[in-house]
Design a protein around this ligand. Sequence first.
Ligand SMILES: Cc1cc2nc3c(=O)[nH]c(=O)nc-3n(C[C@H](O)[C@H](O)[C@H](O)COP(=O)(O)OP(=O)(O)OC[C@H]3O[C@@H](n4cnc5c(N)ncnc54)[C@H](O)[C@@H]3O)c2cc1C
Ligand code: SF4
Ligand code: SF4
Ligand code: SF4
Length: 354
Amino acid sequence: MSSPKTTFKDFYHIVVDSGQCCGCGSCVAVCPLSALSYLYDETLPVLVGKCTDCGVCFKACPRYNFNVEEVEKMLFNRTRSESEVFGVHHNILAARSRIPDVLKVCQDGGLVSSLLIWALENKVVDAAVVASFNPETWDAKPRFVRTREEVLSSAGTRYTYSPNNLLLREAGANNIKVAFVGTGCEVEAVRKMQYHKLRKSVGTVVFTIGLMCHESYTMNGLIDKKIRGELGIEPNQIAKMNIKGKIIIETKDGKVAEIGLKDARQYVRKGCFYCGDFSAELADISAGGAGAQGWTICVVRTDQGKNILESAEKAGYLEIEPIEKHKSSYDTVVKLSNIQRNRRAKALSGALNI
Ligand SMILES: Cc1cc2nc3c(=O)[nH]c(=O)nc-3n(C[C@H](O)[C@H](O)[C@H](O)COP(=O)(O)OP(=O)(O)OC[C@H]3O[C@@H](n4cnc5c(N)ncnc54)[C@H](O)[C@@H]3O)c2cc1C
Ligand code: SF4
Ligand code: SF4
Ligand code: SF4
């Protein structure tokens, strides 16, 4: 994955101008000159300072010269077998929190929040990098959480984008040992930085939890235009938002509104069409709903992920069921992994209407 000699201008043209940028913010986090800033509305990086073409940002970017096989060798000591459609893994199972407060606020089975609480309370990490939850706006921004209460206040899914990688600079600079939660594209960036040994940014990442993800939406499109503008629902009236074949919005007064995925397509962030990784294939542990009700579908990938999951289960934070009890969710992970990989290929070939 050596980066050919190129200029920042070329890099920006290849990744951002082309529409492929996933908005992870890793380039902003690693630039030694702080020459880049992040545009939250566009979920894109922008050059604001003097750039010396040093090339560090290219080494963090998951959409530039990314070689998944090289990363797999680094992470798993092997590449995926032909049958591993959703990436290298030890196991796939269903998990549910045993913490009642988590079950009240989580998106699916509360696996993610429970693992974070276990890791914080057992001092495996100092903090977790997650997405904040603003119930007034449903906006998502990266934040550190350090206590059970902070984890609970950031639980659940925001279907807009939170560039969690932006916090890696602060974690590295202050030697904060972190659990990193992010979508597949964000975990890809963490792995690319680890591959290139950008230790100032990822030297303190202890483990990663990847969120399965088919697409995410612009704030302006989904929240402002569609939900507030067309459906007449103020964001502060949303009790829960979920995607199960369609976008389902439950309001605080008990009503339910639905948005078809075809209708919502116009608000999908452009970079998501170039994404081939549904199940966060390079995370230590991947988590998704995959159609399951009240359970999180969990792919255990690395030895580190296996140890963490087993320890949290043994300590009573989680319960686990075999995937055989959730057969249709397994089929969903396989199906969406294939669809997403094909979508990326089509997007790159220009055959997709973006
Ligand atoms: C944009 C997006 C799209 C998704 N699409 C799918 C999908 O198509 N199919 C599927 O099976 N699963 C999808 N998921 C994953 C799913 O919604 C749940 O996050 C996952 O099942 C874990 O549930 P949980 O109850 O264990 O998590 P919880 O215990 O509720 O914890 C969720 C964690 O995710 C963090 N988070 C919330 N929003 C974001 C965000 N935008 N970016 C980064 N971190 C965030 C929270 O801060 C929290 O730490 C998506 C997630 C996101 C963020
Ligand atoms: S090439 Fe170097 S100086 Fe320029 S934006 Fe990237 S990291 Fe910063
Ligand atoms: S994909 Fe991430 S690292 Fe690459 S240009 Fe976009 S924001 Fe920067
Ligand atoms: S679809 Fe891919 S690029 Fe878009 S947010 Fe999800 S993981 Fe990132």
